[in-house]
Structure formats: structure tokens, C-alpha cells
Write a protein that binds this ligand. Structure first.
Ligand SMILES: Cc1ncc(C[n+]2csc(CCOP(=O)(O)OP(=O)(O)O)c2C)c(N)n1
Ligand SMILES: [Mg+2]
Length: 582
């Protein structure tokens, strides 16, 4: 392509709609706001301060400074889960690479996050000037390259491309439900360019009318003819906003719905057609039967991995209909250019109302407590008490570890579950808590985390306190990485962590705090912590034995060790692995 052709394409890109002149940084902030982003998480650095000053001067977004960029990436992810889109601002290299774990997690979990890196001035790139926060080798593409592996789109803004690239990246994140990465060279934030005058409208690409009609007809024909139709949802049912439509479809078809772990809480667990979690052989028998023997299973966004399939024991019927964000697989047919929402709505209209199929009961919730309240707190008694504490509308966070037991509790109506089941980076939940608290400050937020995971991102408690949020934090202090002891190293020191005065932390991180802290050693202690009103932050540190692990967790860790280390691995050695207490 000649230089001339390239130039004319750039000029044409925004020529047909009304334009105005605006500073690049101001335009970026304006577009974020138009896309529904009201807060920006991150850490300042010289390369991004110009944009931060524009944020202050324009009063567009609210800045939520975090202790580090990893936590900012987790916060933007948690924010996006409740808000539909989130954003963070980092500085070149050092900040961008601190955030990359969290941004990759957003990719794995299908969460739309916009990562903005204030980067090296174009002046230095043009002249090849060595700069700080680079490899000092006169090249500047390393971090764009790194992010190319973990985002759906990446770009370095220039005065020529900013007007179109900003829109392309925001729209890509929103449409694909994936993160994007955008470098804003520090010397162009204050330059005026010509930008569209109208607002950015977030719309899905319209379906191809014929493909949509045929796809709906094919699904409806299969569902209508089926004797035992069923629906299985993964996280995309939430990300693409079809959960309530799927419940309408289930209602109309009188068909059961199950979720995989990664979609915990996406379907209201009190819904009469909700069955429970499907994870192959690890599921309740009624869930397994309904899914595996269905003569028409409609799955949404199914992305099986070992921890969501009972170690690959999940077995969906061969003729399962696979619905995804923008395509559907039915037998030999693959439908492109269809949007999930239009497909599901069309199917609801096309299937007949069924009246003669009895709803199948949901799996039983965790049994009631009968432990002696004055004896040492156990995991069993702990989770029984937590089950009773959950309320409609709660936002629940789970980190990696024995806290995974939360996945087995029955959630009241309208709860939101925030977890990172596919990516599983410990510490995620503390940053995500900050983000989701920022997006939905009026809901009750409950965090369930172990001591090991907490130690990764604990500083962010200070930001949560600084903004006067009032979550309840349930921390299990069991001296280390108990879930890992079920893989290997039951008593090895590598699975120990230092003992912190966890319950003192709110005071340390925010001296004027009115947070209430509890050190819980018995069920009675736990009950008194649970009866505290939610008008301040409540920090509940529960002391439990390092070898007290729910069987569901140890069994899964033991299986994981077989998969990870193979038949010649060390896991079979005497007493090297924490095993379930039968
Ligand atoms: C970033 C990261 N590093 C390491 C791991 C491996 N890992 C998974 S769970 C876990 C231990 C969690 O321990 P804790 O939070 O104390 O939970 P417990 O099982 O003791 O309740 C570790 C180290 C991980 N998932 N993510
Ligand atoms: Mg622990």
C-alpha cells in the first residue's frame, strides 16, 4: 500500500459525522465516561500524570489510587463484573507488567477491562532516546508485545490514530468481553485532535437476519421435540447478559438449569428450575443425570477445564447445542454473525409453553449445625454458620483455598458471586472487592479468603478503608496453604506462612477506623461476630487447624496432584499429602 493511500484512509475514517476539536487525553476520558466507566484505578507515574491532571481538571472520572498495579488490575476486573466495563491506569513497563497478571486473568475470565499505560513520549520514540522504565536498549515495543498475548486488542495512540483507535479498543473490550491495552505517550495527552462530536454508543454488531432466523428455528425445533431438555451455563451467560432470559426460557420449557463452578450464582439459586453445580462425577446425582442424559442440552459459553469438570469427568451429550457470544454450534451447523441475546430471546418466542414437566428439586444445601459451640472451630461448623449468614442481594467473593467451600453453599436470591475459577490467582479477591465495592457501594459485600491468599494483596484493605467501605471480611488463619497440602507437602514448611496479627490490620492501615475486628476460635465466637451490625467494616479472623480441610477440597487437591505430577510423582509417599477424613 502506498503512503498516499494510507493517508487518505486516515482522513476518511471520521469524515462523515460531525466532529469537534479536543485534547487526546480529554477525549479518552470522555469516551470512557460515555461507555459507563465512572472510576479509574491505578498508580501514578511520570508518564501518566498528564492524563491524571486532565482527569482532575475535567472532573470526568473519579480516581481510585491503589497500593500497586496488580491490585488495580484486580479492582478494574471486580468493577467491570458489576458495572459492565472497568479501567485502570498504569505507568510504562513497571506498572504495566505489575498489572499484567490481573489483565490476563480478565482475559481468562472474560471480563472487559481497559488497561491504559502512560508511556514513553513519542519524541523519545522518534529519536530513539533511552528512557527510564524501559530496557534501555532504544526499543519501545516490549510491553505492547507482552500485552498482545493477553488482550483482545492493543495500540499505541498517536495524534493520527487516537480518534479511531480509542473507540476501536473500548468497543472491542465491550463486545468481546475481554481486556484491551492502550499506550498513551506522555507528550500527546494535551494535543488537540479532531474527534467525533457524538457520544460513543456501545452496541453489539447486528445479527445477520437469515442466520439468526435459521439458528433460532434450529434450536427451537430441537428443544421443542426434546423429552428432557436442559440448560448448562458458564460465565458467559453473565458476561453477555442472558442469565435472566435463560431463566425465562427454562420457565417456558419447564427445563432444568445447571451452572458450572465458574458461573456460580449466575442463575438465581432459588429459581425453581435451578438444579445446582454441574462438575461431572463431582456433581450431585440428580444434576449429573439431568445434564448427561438430556436429549437436548443447550450450553452457554461452556469452557471446560479440570477444576470445573470434576477432573474431566464431565460428559455432555454429543449433540449438545453450544451457544457462544457471537456464534452457535448445532450438530454439523455453525452459525456466525448471531448475537447470543437475540438468539436466546428468539428461542424463547419460538418454543411452546410447556405445562406438563415437573420441576426437579435443587440439591440440598449444607446441613444444619449441631456442633458444641464452645469447642475449637472446625471448617464444617464454620461453613454451616456462614450458610446461615448469607442474605439476599449479597456480593460474595471467594479466593483460592479451602474457602472454595463457598461454591457448595446455597445462595439466596439476587446474590452476585465474584471468583476467578479459571485463572485462580491468589489475592485476586481483595482487589476485586475494592473494585466491586466502588461499583456497587450500597450492597453488602462478603469476602472469603485464606491467610496465604490475603498476604498477597492485603495492602488494598487500606484503600477499602480509606473510601469508608463496609464489607465483611472472613479470613481463615490456618498457618499457610492448606489447599496445597492436599497436593503435596502436608507438613512441609514451604506450605507455611508467617503468622500476622490479621485482625489488627484495619487499625494499622486506617488508624481512625471504626471497623470491628474479631478473633474467632470457637463456634460461639463466630456467632457473636456474625451478630454484629453491618454499619462498619467487619473483619473476622477465624483460627483453624492447618490440617482441617473439607473433604471436597482435599479430594480435589489429591486428584489435582495425580494430574500434575503423574504416576512417578512424589505424592504417593507416606504422609506427604493431606487426605480427606472419611
Ligand atoms: C499468584 C498465585 N500464586 C500461587 C498460587 C498457588 N496457590 C493456589 S492456592 C494457594 C494457597 C492458598 O492458601 P490460603 O489462601 O491460606 O487458603 P487455605 O487453603 O489455607 O484456606 C496457593 C499458594 C496461585 N494460585 N496464585
Ligand atoms: Mg491458609
Amino acid at each position: 500500500m502506498s503512503a498516499l493511500t494510507t493517508k487518505s484512509m486516515e482522513v476518511n475514517a471520521i469524515s462523515s459525522s460531525p466532529t469537534q476539536r479536543m485534547k487526546i487525553g480529554d477525549f479518552l476520558l470522555r469516551r470512557l465516561e460515555e461507555a459507563g466507566v465512572r472510576h479509574l484505578f491505578g498508580v501514578p507515574g511520570d508518564y501518566n500524570l498528564a492524563l491524571l491532571q486532565q482527569l482532575v481538571d475535567t472532573g470526568t472520572l473519579k480516581w481510585i489510587g491503589t497500593c500497586n498495579e496488580l491490585n488495580a488490575s484486580y479492582a478494574a476486573d471486580g468493577y467491570a463484573r458489576l458495572n459492565g466495563l472497568g479501567a485502570l491506569l498504569v505507568t510504562n513497563g513497571v506498572g504495566a507488567l505489575s498489572a499484567i497478571n490481573g489483565v490476563a486473568g480478565s482475559y481468562s475470565e472474560h471480563v472487559p477491562v481497559i488497561c491504559i499505560s502512560g508511556s514513553i513520549p513519542l519524541r523519545s520514540i522518534d529519536r530513539g532516546l533511552g528512557m527510564h522504565h524501559t530496557m534501555a536498549d532504544g526499543t519501545f515495543d516490549h510491553f505492547l508485545g507482552a500485552y498482545a498475548r493477553v488482550t483482545a486488542a492493543q495500540t499505541r495512540l498517536t495524534p493520527r490514530n487516537a480518534a479511531t483507535e480509542i473507540d476501536r479498543l473500548i468497543l472491542t473490550a465491550w463486545r468481546e468481553k475481554l481486556p484491551v491495552y492502550l499506550e498513551l505517550p506522555s507528550d500527546i495527552a494535551y494535543l488537540d485532535i479532531e474527534v467525533p462530536a457524538g457520544p460513543l454508543v456501545l452496541t453489539e454488531p447486528p445479527s445477520d437476519a437469515e442466520r439468526l432466523r435459521s439458528c433460532i428455528a434450529a434450536i427451537a425445533a430441537r428443544l421443542s421435540a426434546a423429552r428432557s431438555p436442559a440448560i448448562l451455563v458458564d460465565a458467559d451467560a453473565d458476561r453477555f447478559g442472558v442469565a435472566s432470559d435463560l431463566m425465562k426460557l427454562a420457565e417456558k420449557m419447564q427445563a432444568p438449569v445447571a451452572a458450572i463452578n465458574a458461573a456460580k450464582g449466575v442463575i438465581d439459586e432459588t429459581f425453581s428450575h435451578y438444579l445446582g453445580i454441574y462438575a461431572g462425577k463431582a456433581s450431585e446425582p440428580n444434576v449429573r443425570e439431568a445434564i448427561e442424559t438430556s436429549d437436548c442440552l443447550f450450553s452457554i459459553g461452556y469452557r471446560p477445564i479440570e477444576v470445573t469438570t470434576g477432573d474431566f469427568t464431565a460428559s455432555l451429550p454429543a449433540d449438545t447445542i453450544h451457544g457462544r457470544g457471537y456464534s452457535v454450534d448445532i450438530g454439523d451447523d455453525n452459525y456466525q454473525a448471531v448475537t447470543l441475546k437475540e438468539v436466546v430471546r428468539g428461542v424463547i418466542d419460538a418454543v411452546p409453553q410447556v405445562t406438563n414437566r415437573a420441576p426437579r428439586g435443587a440439591a440440598a444445601a449444607i446441613a444444619g449445625t449441631h456442633a458444641d459451640g464452645s469447642t475449637k472451630l472446625t471448617q464444617v461448623a464454620y461453613w454451616q454458620a456462614i450458610q446461615g449468614y448469607l442474605r439476599p442481594g449479597d456480593v460474595l467473593y471467594v479466593d483460592n483455598g479451602t474457602s472454595f467451600v463457598l461454591l457448595g453453599l446455597k445462595l439466596p436470591p439476587n446474590c452476585t458471586f465474584v471468583g476467578s475459577i479459571n485463572w485462580g490467582s491468589i489475592g485476586y479477591s481483595v482487589g476485586a472487592l475494592l473494585g466491586a465495592l466502588t461499583a456497587a457501594p450500597n450492597r453488602r459485600h462478603l469476602l472469603f479468603i485464606g491467610d496465604g491468599s490475603f498476604q498477597v494483596s492485603a495492602q488494598e484493605l487500606s484503600t477499602i478503608l480509606r473510601h469508608d467501605h463496609k464489607p465483611v471480611i472472613f479470613l481463615i488463619n490456618n498457618g499457610g496453604y492448606t489447599i496445597e497440602r492436599g497436593y503435596l507437602g502436608k507438613t512441609e514448611a514451604y506450605n507455611d506462612v508467617a503468622n500476622w496479627a490479621y485482625s489488627d490490620l484495619p487499625k494499622v492501615l486506617c488508624p481512625d477506623t471504626s471497623a470491628r475486628s474479631f478473633i474467632v476460635k470457637t463456634s460461639n465466637d463466630l456467632q457473636s461476630a456474625l451478630s454484629t451490625p453491618n454499619d462498619t467494616m467487619i473483619f473476622v479472623e477465624s483460627i483453624m487447624d492447618a490440617h482441617d480441610a473439607p473433604a471436597v477440597v482435599t479430594r480435589s487437591s489429591n486428584k489435582g496432584a495425580e494430574l500434575d505430577y503423574g504416576p512417578r510423582g512424589p505424592q504417593y509417599r507416606d504422609n506427604l499429602q493431606l487426605r480427606p477424613v472419611i
